[in-house]
Unconditional design. Sequence first.
Lengths: 114, 112
Amino acid sequence: GDSVTQMEGPVTLSEEAFLTINCTYTATGYPSLFWYVQYPGEGLQLLLKATKADDKGSNKGFEATYRKETTSFHLEKGSVQVSDSAVYFCALGHASGGSYIPTFGRGTSLIVHP
Amino acid sequence: DAGITQSPRYKITETGRQVTLMCHQTWSHSYMFWYRQDLGHGLRLIYYSAAADITDKGEVPDGYVVSRSKTENFPLTLESATRSQTSVYFCASSEFRGETQYFGPGTRLLVL
């Protein structure tokens, strides 16, 4: 079955540092890939997504590129802010073929210090 | 307001009681999902629904019942609550299969 593996946290950074959160996946076919963010006390919300190989999703300074050859979708940001402190989830879903059930990683907590 | 809402936001109950968590979305999305979130387990899918009157089990369905008589509502019932069902419950919806999911704010349930 499908699976998503993301680096364990927490990731602790100083403000303006470079961020990378690794995500790799196992899936049949050609799933769409997502990054969701969860702020304290809230539900998850979409951060960015990519629907096919080599697509780059971007939003709020975050980027991730769909790499089929390495089955990866690493999240990056050039300069993090305190307000980026949250839990980040990598996920995949199939629009056709494969499982009807979306697959989420375990989540990576990011803590940014001033 | 448009969006996805959950009620109640907080609930305290006792072991053995029946509890129903409500979920309502205003977009007429086909797919709806119930997850529970626990420390150390991430998000786990309880049930999902592809359309009205179509539901299916997820990863951890035992002890839960769902129904979907209307597209916009997807209630989750704990028939006889147990302490292990203490968790944060999230409802989500998506327009199409495999597409972006939109999550509600969550219900924090404590079973004493």
